[in-house]
Every structure is written in structure tokens, then in C-alpha cells.
Design a protein around this ligand. Sequence first.
Ligand SMILES: Cc1ncc(COP(=O)(O)O)c(C=O)c1O
Length: 452
Amino acid sequence: MTFDDVRSAVAKLEAQIASGPIVPTVTPDEIRCHLAARYDFTRPLDLDDVGADVERMLRTWQVHVTHPRYFGLFNPSVTLASVVADTLVAMYNPQLATWRTSPAANEIERHTLAWLTGKFGFPASAVASFTNGGAEANLSAVIVALTRSFPEYGDDGLRRLGAAPAIYLSDQAHHSFDKIAHMTGLGRRAMRTVATDRDLKMDLDELARRVAEDRRHGFAPFMVVGTAGTTAAGVIDPLADLASFCRSQGLWFHVDAAWGGAAIISPRLRGHLGGIEAADSITCDAHKWFSVPMGAGMFFCRHPDAVGEAFRVETSYMPGKTAGPVLDPYTTSVQWSRRFIGLKLFLALAQRGESGYVEIIEHEARMGDVLRESLRREGWRVVNTTPLPLVCFTRDGLVTAKFLAALYDRQIAWMSEVRLGNGAPVLRACITSLRTTESDIEWVVREMGRLV
Ligand SMILES: Cc1ncc(COP(=O)(O)O)c(C=O)c1O
């Protein structure tokens, strides 16, 4: 099979999106009226007609995250190979819950994850699985860490623990952990928000002080989350120091590298992730900087026994156990039925090769530098420090909400506002498209200058 049809459809859409608007103006009523008028589901409709209508809706009524001037929230432009992969997955609909139901898909995922496991410096005995996204990978980490730290947690639950468990993370960590604390029964108060230093990195002295204080008060510290590429400002916590602190204190060290983890394959950037190899577990999303469609997260863990214990289950209705060392994914991860998530990364990686992927990552990092330099030249003040392509910036007297409304209205670019610490809102622009060029950036910065 060749993929000419998909290829030409993707090329056509890319061109259309790049020359069209980025931000829609639409009300919920407008869309609801359109849907109600056309789709009461009482009679069959022609698939081509419905498909064309859906495409029209998607083209006109969404923020185009694949636009080269979308500088947003880690939603990437996607590679052709990853689009082909999702089409193949939908056609074959492989079930990856057990190894036997799709040996091919399971082994392709395993092979792909083993490549990245090695890049992170984890041993070959580490386990990894694809997840729907970073939140599920972070959830997996907390469940496995709890299981390893408190052997009675699995059977008797948290209520049987002698002391209340506590998790430590910076005030810049991702807020999926709030929901995870809620969902796991830890409770949101189990989260200890550790202050950051002036560069927004987790403050180690403050961490040590909080852990010691909690121990004195009878709590049970069990996990520290370091972030490699914070959502607001792209900051990387001091991973090596956090790793040695956790080792000395017997704490689980998780690195949330949902976005920044992709930098591990870049010779230019990987040094910034030093210490990640000493983590107990890592979150890294393929659907962020690896430029594949949602949802594709990944969870890596150096303790296969703890993963096996956390997700163990016995049934008579699932196809029988596979002989040998192969484990069924439904017994080693949060999910049960499992989509072939990993094919999009495998196919894109196979097509471009590792060096092709390094080029994407380093191109986007370079575009981040271009954006920083260009903003400074035009009188903006950059307020975050990171080697990753995420720039937070402002200028005196700027009212961010008003400025963004004008930016969207003129379809100049999509970026967002964010508050760093207790500061006033600033603008946040992240390079997430492999197709963003230097001239896109220079044009955007020039046009922004006309709005202030
Ligand atoms: C650092 C970090 N961790 C976790 C997540 C959650 O990932 P997802 O949206 O894929 O569930 C995000 C999302 O942006 C993130 O930035």
C-alpha cells in the first residue's frame, strides 16, 4: 500500500492552514444550531458530504495548532508519517491489551520504547508503556510509587497506612498532580508545594526543610516530582541534585518531562537533562515535542517489579498468559483495552531516522533563540530562563489580555498569557511547529510592535 492520498491531503491542508486564520471567532450557539439543523440522526447521510462538512467545521471553528504561527501550549504540528500511522491503526484496530491479540503491535511499541529508554539512560530491564498523555503517565508514576513505598496500599488502601503520605513538587509543576492526588485517594492536601528560586527552579533547601518538617510531624514523605520543562516557563528543575536528595532520603524520584523530555535525543540540549538517568520514573509525551498527533504519552520506570505489583490482575476471560518473559500490557499499565498508540512515533522515527528527529528538535530550539533575540531587539523584556523554545515576555505598561485580543483579531499569531509566581500576567510563546521559520518569527515580532 502507498499513502499517496493521505500524503496529498496532508500537503493540501498544511498549505491551507498556513495561509489561513489561526484563531476562530464563533459562539457555542452558532455551532449548536448548525449541528441541530443537519444532524438529527434519523436518516443515513452520504459519508463524503458529512466528511466535507466536518472538515469545514474543523477548518473554521478551531484554533489551528498546526499553524506555523501557533506559539502555544505544546500542541505540535504533526509529521506525515504519524498521520499515516493513525490511519493504519484505525483500519486494523489492533487490540494491545494482551500480547497474543497483537504480537506485531506489541513488539513495535516495545522496540520503540526501548530506543527512548536507552536515550534516558535507564537500564534495559526498565519497563515502559504508551499512555494517552502526560496526565496518565504521571498518574501511573504516583500509583507505582505508592505501591513500592507502602506495600499495604494495594490491598488495604491508604486508610490502613500508619502515616499520611506526602508528595513534593514545585509551585511550577503541572496541575495534573492535583487531580491525581484527588483520584488516588491521597487527597489534594498530600501535595506539598515547594517554593522556587528566582529562576523558577525547585528550591532544594526548601525541599529538604519541608521533608524534615513533615517527618517530624508524623507524615510519610514518599515522592518528589521534578519537572523538565515546566508548562508555564519551560524551566528545568535541578534534576541531578533532586536525584541525590531522593536517594539519600529513600524517596521516589519522578521526572515529569512531558514536553522537555524530547531534548534527550539532541546532542546540543541533552546536557540540560543531566540527572534524569537517576530517576525512578519519567513521563515523556510523544504528542508534544515529538510531533505526533494526540494522544501519545509515555511512562518509563526502572522498577519492573513495582509496576507489575501495581497493575496486577487475574481474569479467566482474557486470552491466556504468554509463555516466556512477555507481560501483557493490561497487567502492567493503567489501561485495559489499548489502542496502538506507539505506531505514530515508530513510523515517524523510522521514516526520518534519529538524525531527522534531532533536526526537528534542534530547529525548534533554534527558533526559540531567534524569538528571544528578536523580542529583545524590539524592546520586549524576556522574563524566563530556559534553553528550551519557550519565551515569557512583557514590556512596561502592557495589558496582556487587551494585547492578546488584538493579536488574535489580526490573526498575527496565537500565544497565551501566564503568571509566573506572584507576578503580573506576561505573554507566553512556545515554538511547537516544525514548520515555524525565522521569517515567521521576525514578521510576528514586527507586527506585535505595531500593536503596542
Ligand atoms: C509538564 C507537563 N506535564 C504533564 C502534562 C499533561 O500532559 P497531557 O496533557 O498530555 O495529559 C502537561 C501538559 O501540558 C505538561 O506540560
